[in-house]
Design a protein around this ligand. Structure first.
Ligand SMILES: Nc1nc2c(c(=O)[nH]1)N[C@H]1C(S)=C(S)[C@@H](COP(=O)(O)OP(=O)(O)OC[C@H]3O[C@@H](n4cnc5c(=O)[nH]c(N)nc54)[C@H](O)[C@@H]3O)O[C@H]1N2
Ligand SMILES: Nc1nc2c(c(=O)[nH]1)N[C@H]1C(S)=C(S)[C@@H](COP(=O)(O)OP(=O)(O)OC[C@H]3O[C@@H](n4cnc5c(=O)[nH]c(N)nc54)[C@H](O)[C@@H]3O)O[C@H]1N2
Ligand code: SF4
Ligand SMILES: [Mo]
Length: 738
């Protein structure tokens, strides 16, 4: 029987106008707080240090934390508003149950837990253990990420657990593992300061990692050259020496041509290549036909600009290459990543001061959360769930028989497919809003309606949760102790500032209670977050992501510790590869051939325009948190479709005219934003909104064959101008189809 989501009207009746905003003038009590807590921002992977002001067990404000070394007090628009959530009018204060025909009603924890556990048991008895799946997310601390991984395998005994990093970090992770055998930024960001040349590709740093720009400006002040590769002239590109305005989906052709140029002009570090790498010959064989002309034809970038970029990169003595989702969210995301790494290895600029390479981790704990067993194919310490030795080690730590440890499960989007096929019947989600963030969300919605039971743990009623049978009121980052690992690889302390409000509970206590009710209490006997961390340290020991030598005290004493840190007396590793010994089986860094292939959907007569999607500075991910903060909404109230003036003229489109954007999967309505900063053949839509304003009605669910990353960054669309100028944004309109 298809379940319908709880309607907007019903939500308004139960919770007030949807969505509410935090008070724009902030909360009372900021001037005389009871306590000032040094912690970190809950949003992006920069994990900026911040001090939260607490009054009567409520977070009422913030102050900069000047001493924290990465951001030195600097914060971005989201960081300065993040404190508005704990006390928010939309905060879930009790568990909810769906009553068919009526909507959500408040319920007791006992009833909510009973229902959840009895449904888990019913589904697993009837359809098998793996018919109950879990989706999780890496806004969660390391402790919670580890706990979720263990809960899924030991308490639920399902192999089907995956996480929202599948939409974010997995192509980079897979590429880094192929090349280095380890998945972390090679350096801390202070190494940027003295780099002679910096490449930033597929990363809109000024909007998505604003505090990182500081380190790029520092390098610029010393004369560093900047190359930006992006289909849009993003803010950083406006100041760059070279902007390569690439056609979405063609990066591997560009990196192939740049590598060939380096080879043809002998701008190579032969000593590094000969002694510390493997796979060079087959990789350069694969690019032998990648001429500048060929690359110009595919990428749409003037060949003289490609040549200039290769020259700059080739001649530098020190350099840093940074990339983010712009090159990774493709059906060949892993190829793009190794294509970049090939350029770094060919010039040997790794493992020495001011020479580095990094994927910029997206979510708050996108780094730590991808190391400790959150992924469908992984065990803690970034171990492989299919490796017998790794399985044995973790089974021993967990006190279970190795044969009871489930194997590799389905990835996030494959879980949606499996629900459609009827193989998965029950779902528990935490820290993930798939209805807004997965591609082709009409297909995702149909899957949610097919589930026999769905339970969601969140502190706000996100759009996916509206399809749930039970919603468990969980906790915000500042409501529990813990650690995260920043994009640099620095393990830092998250401080509990307050306890969860009302009848909400900490995420950790929810899992411990569920484990108990599932009969596995003895495997989940943690007194506090530190006890979980101490088990995580042991579980990670011997793995590539080794935290064994890191303790809460050591983090506090040093403002963070960089993993790998294998022993108590080890200082941590801010810069990797100084010894040129890599974590691959042959201990060498690997070149990997990455021949160009087409995106999964190319433009044609019916869908002649390329669509790409991404972010704006004042909204965060699926928007559940930032669409509730009025000042951020004022900065960017709704998604607009960015269109070049020439393309707009071709279609007769006016500024703010409503445009129906249509792909083979769906359609959405967006006001036009005519800007000269985008390619003429491409349009861009930010994805932070639901319903008719969701970019993910349009995107394609094709996955990278290795990483299973969806192709968010390129598909084909057509534009239909509606002839009317868009009225001001309205939330209820967006919600009409959630
Ligand atoms: N304000 C804000 N900051 C955030 C987030 C947020 O939601 N809002 N989310 C955080 C998270 S989880 C993540 S993953 C990061 C994401 O950080 P970014 O990856 O920087 O963000 P995106 O906007 O998704 O994409 C970056 C750029 O890729 C470009 N691009 C599109 N297609 C291609 C292509 O084929 N090749 C190349 N070279 N570039 C392309 C886009 O034009 C865009 O400017 O941001 C983090 N920080
Ligand atoms: N079209 C398009 N789609 C994309 C992308 C794109 O570039 N284009 N980018 C993708 C990327 S990189 C990412 S990371 C994903 C993100 O996609 P999601 O993970 O779905 O996005 P979030 O908004 O982080 O959803 C997380 C939910 O977790 C809740 N939450 C946050 N912290 C906590 C916590 O500590 N405890 C609990 N219990 N709940 C918590 C929030 O309230 C929110 O409801 O979106 C992806 N989708
Ligand atoms: S840059 Fe990221 S971590 Fe820093 S304040 Fe902004 S959102 Fe928070
Ligand atoms: Mo992300």
């Amino acid at each position: 029987m298809a379940k319908l989501p709880v309607s907007t009207e019903k939500i308004i009746e139960d919770f007030g106008p949807h969505l509410n905003y935090a008070p724009k003038d902030g909360y009372e009590g900021r001037d005389e707080p009871d306590e000032v807590v040094k912690t970190h921002c809950c949003f992006c992977g920069m994990q900026c240090g911040i001090q939260l002001l607490v009054k009567e067990n409520k977070v009422v404000g913030f102050e900069p934390w000047m001493e924290f070394p990465f951001n030195e007090g600097r914060l971005c628009p989201k960081g300065v508003q993040r404190y508005l959530q704990n006390n928010h009018p939309d905060r879930l204060l009790n568990p909810l149950k769906r009553v068919e025909g009526k909507g959500f009603e408040k319920t007791t924890w006992d009833e909510a837990m009973d229902k959840t556990v009895s449904e888990i048991k019913r589904i697993q008895d009837k359809y098998g253990k793996h018919a109950f799946a879990m989706l999780s997310g890496v806004s969660l601390t390391n402790e919670k990420s580890y706990l979720v991984g263990k809960f899924a395998r030991v308490a639920l005994k399902t192999r089907n657990l995956d996480y929202n990093g599948r939409l974010c970090m997995v192509s980079a992770g897979a590429g880094n593992k192929k090349a280095f055998g380890l998945d972390r930024a090679s350096n801390n960001y202070s190494d940027l300061e003295h780099a002679e040349v910096i490449i930033v590709t597929g990363a809109n740093i000024s909007e998505t990692f604003p505090t990182l720009t500081h380190w790029i400006w520092k390098a610029r002040d010393r004369g560093a050259k900047l190359i930006v590769i992006d289909p849009r002239m993003i803010p950083l590109a406006r100041t760059a020496d070279i902007h390569l305005d690439i056609k979405p989906g063609t990066d591997s052709a560009l990196y192939g041509a740049m590598l060939k140029y380096l080879v043809d002009h002998d701008m190579l570090d032969h000593d590094f290549i000969d002694n510390y790498t493997s796979g060079f010959q087959e990789t350069i064989d694969a690019v032998k036909d990648n001429t500048l002309e060929w690359a110009e034809e595919i990428t749409g970038i003037d060949k003289e600009k490609i040549k200039a970029a290769a020259e700059l990169w080739g001649k530098a003595k020190t350099s840093f290459l940074l990339h983010a989702r712009g090159i990774e969210q493709h059906s060949k995301g892993v190829d793009n990543v190794v294509g970049c790494i090939n350029l770094v290895l060919a010039t040997g600029r790794l493992g020495r001061p001011y020479c580095g390479y990094a994927t910029i981790t997206g979510q708050g704990n996108g780094q730590g959360g991808r190391e400790h067993g959150h992924k469908c194919d992984q065990l803690p310490g970034n171990r492989d769930i299919e490796n017998p030795e790794h399985r044995k080690y973790i089974s021993d730590v967990w006190g279970i028989d190795e044969k009871d440890l489930p194997g590799k499960g389905l990835s996030a989007y494959e879980i949606i497919d499996a629900i459609h096929r009827g193989e998965i019947k029950g779902l528990l989600s935490i820290c993930f809003n798939p209805l807004v963030s997965l591609p082709n969300n009409n297909y995702v919605r149909e899957a949610l309606e097919k589930l026999e039971f769905y339970v969601c743990i969140d502190f706000f009623l996100n759009e996916t949760a509206r399809h749930a049978d039970i919603v468990l009121a969980g906790s915000l980052q500042e409501e529990e102790e813990g650690t995260t690992t920043s994009a640099e690889g620095r393990v830092i302390r998250i401080r509990q500032a307050v306890t969860p409000p009302g009848d909400a509970r900490t995420d950790t206590s929810i899992f411990l209670e569920l484990a108990k009710r599932l009969g596995e209490e003895d495997k989940f006997t943690y007194e506090n977050s530190e006890a979980i961390f101490n088990e995580l340290r042991v579980a990670s020991n011997g793995g590539t992501a080794n935290y064994f030598g890191i303790s809460y005290k050591k983090i506090e004493d040093n403002m963070g510790v960089f993993w790998p840190c294998p022993t108590d007396d080890h200082p941590g590793t801010p810069r990797l590869w100084e010894d040129k010994v890599f974590c691959t089986p042959d201990k060498k860094a690997h070149f990997n051939p990455a021949p160009y292939r087409l995106p999964s959907e190319v433009t044609d007569d019916e869908y002649p325009i390329t669509l790409t999607t991404g972010r704006v500075v004042s909204q965060y991910l699926s928007g559940t948190q930032t669409r509730r903060i009025g000042k951020l909404v004022d900065q960017f109230p709704e998604p607009m479709v960015e269109i070049h003036p020439e393309l707009a003229a071709q279609y007769g489109i006016k500024q703010r005219e409503l445009i129906k954007v249509v792909t083979r999967r769906g359609e959405g309505l967006f006001p036009a934003n005519i800007v000269e900063t985008i390619r003429k053949d491409t349009v861009f839509i930010p994805y932070h909104w639901p319903g008719m304003k969701s970019a993910n009605q349009l995107t394609i669910g094709t996955l990278d064959p290795v990483s299973k990353m969806p192709e968010f960054k390129v598909c084909a669309c057509e534009l239909y101008p509606q002839g009317t100028i868009a009225p001001p944004s309205s939330e209820s309109e967006a919600y009409a189809s959630v």
